[in-house]
Design a binder for this molecule. Structure first.
Ligand code: NDP
Length: 441
């Protein structure tokens, strides 16, 4: 904290991991002797750069770009790029730190990184977004490569932005390589990558329930967000018989008591991905639903107070505070699966664990996205494209494996069903052992 003052989210993410891995450090004193933890919390490299761009009126703007290359012990750095006004070094370090453990859990050879800029794509024209992405890549290209660092999408970065960045990288390097994932299906992208994070989160919830002899069938689910992860979480929930009754964006949330149907979901996808509109427009099409504007002064989000059995936070970090967690427990939520990264505050996590809620932490539950990114890298290296079925089968198997390793590890360390402990220790040990093998570098 002395070295990185003000990096609140990074401290939060590190604290959570440190609390859990203590028993692993005790079992293997070599980790302490080799300074594994001290090295893990220091990025191998972090670059900060100017991103100047010209808007449609000819005015010049300057944003700040970042790439945090956290750990490459088990493979090239891998992690998304976020474009959001809140982006700063501390947030990207938290995301890169989480990514190291998540990527370790996927069973694929990927290190951890994260990047982005404090650019707000909202309200920008396609041409402005294109110019920004090109300017961003004009610097980033020096630091990445298919065997060095392979970025992907995250908040504010979807297929459109990945396309613009890939085009600029290809022009600068004069080579067509798998340097980014989340590419279009006709130019090196993997089928099921857009769906992978949301689908994976629901598969993970299904596995947690199956271990208790239960299923998602007939349940109601609270979902937050309405972007990539939220949309495909809702899609898979519908396929597996759960009814999503809420979703949101930063301006407020929708409560649809009758549940989002496939037809309503198609409306949401068009609204958010094509028209780039706000969720409140949903009630114009479906007047039986209720829109509640966001009130950040309230101290809690009423979205989480609706009665349901399952919850899938899929928007952003720290969207579930203490009061939200208490409301969820009181409202009957028995399963919380993090589609987003660290959406639950530290206090919230403890409330869930203390009340016997099955809690799937993001680094395990939302690892489906980076897993299929890993599969995209494999397909690019082989210059082959797998079928949708093949990728989805692999995704299912990976989520099943992640669930099992988390559950088994939690049990071995005397914390049965504590997926936080399971994910943190299992993710940590693999990276720590690789670092031991590779010496002090
Ligand atoms: P999108 O940009 O597609 O969607 C983000 C959604 O969250 C939007 O509805 C957005 O609303 C809302 N949101 C973002 N920031 C805030 C905020 N500060 N306050 C309230 N609402 C907010 O992003 P993704 O769906 O890709 O990402 C969502 C989460 O999932 C993030 O935590 C991301 O790190 C995580 N994740 C994503 C993966 C992926 O494959 N895309 C993989 C693993 C994790 P608005 O439009 O109003 O900003």
């Amino acid at each position: 904290k002395r070295r990185d003052p003000g990096e609140v989210e990074f401290h939060q993410a590190v604290t959570e991991v440190m609390e859990s891995i203590e028993p692993a450090l005790e079992r293997n004193p070599e980790y302490r002797r080799a300074g594994i933890v001290e090295r893990m919390v220091e990025p191998e490299r972090a670059v900060i750069f100017r991103v100047p761009w010209v808007d449609d009126h000819g005015d010049v703007h300057v944003n700040r770009g970042f790439r945090v290359q956290m750990n490459s012990a088990i493979g090239p750095y891998k992690g998304g790029i976020r474009f959001h006004p809140s982006v700063n070094l501390g947030i990207l370090k938290f995301l890169a730190f989480e990514q190291v453990f998540k990527n370790s859990l996927t069973t694929l050879p990927m290190g951890g990184g994260k990047g982005g800029a404090d650019f707000d794509p909202k309200g920008k024209s396609d041409n402005e977004v294109q110019r920004f992405c090109q300017s961003f890549m004009l610097e980033l290209f020096r630091h990445i490569g298919p065997n060095t660092d392979v970025p992907a999408g995250d908040i504010g970065v979807g297929a459109r932005e990945v396309g613009f960045m890939f085009g600029m990288y290809k022009k600068l390097k004069n080579e067509f390589t798998g340097v980014l994932t989340g590419k279009g299906a006709s130019w090196g992208g993997s089928l099921v990558r857009p769906e992978a994070t949301g689908y994976g989160a629901v598969y993970f919830a299904g596995e947690m329930l199956a271990a208790q002899g239960k299923t998602l069938e007939g349940t109601r689910s609270l979902v937050s967000g309405s972007g990539n992860v939220a949309q495909y979480t809702m899609e898979k929930l519908l396929q597996l018989g759960s009814s999503p009754i809420t979703f949101s964006d930063s301006s407020g949330y929708i409560y649809d008591e009758a549940g989002v149907t496939p037809e309503k979901l198609a409306f949401i996808k068009h609204l958010k991905n094509v028209r780039r509109g706000r969720v409140r427009e949903y009630v114009d099409a479906y007047p039986e639903a209720v829109f509640t504007p966001a009130d950040y002064g309230l101290g809690y989000n009423p979205l989480w107070a609706h009665k349901a059995e399952c919850a899938f936070p899929c928007a952003t970090q720290n969207e579930i505070g203490r009061l939200d967690a208490e409301n969820m427990v009181a409202g009957g939520v028995r399963v919380v699966t993090e589609g987003a990264n660290m959406p639950t505050s530290h206090e919230g996590v403890h409330i869930f664990l203390d009340n016997g809620v099955l809690f799937g932490p993001g680094k395990a539950a939302n690892a489906g996205g980076v897993s299929v990114s890993g599969l995209e890298m494999t397909q690019n290296s082989m210059r082959l494209s797998w079928t949708r079925q093949e990728v989805d089968d692999r995704l299912k198997l990976i989520m099943k494996t992640i669930h099992k390793v988390c559950m088994d590890t939690a049990a071995v360390y005397g914390k049965p069903l504590n997926y936080v402990v399971g994910a943190n220790i299992a993710g940590f040990v693999k990276v720590a052992d690789a670092m031991l093998d590779q010496g002090v570098v």
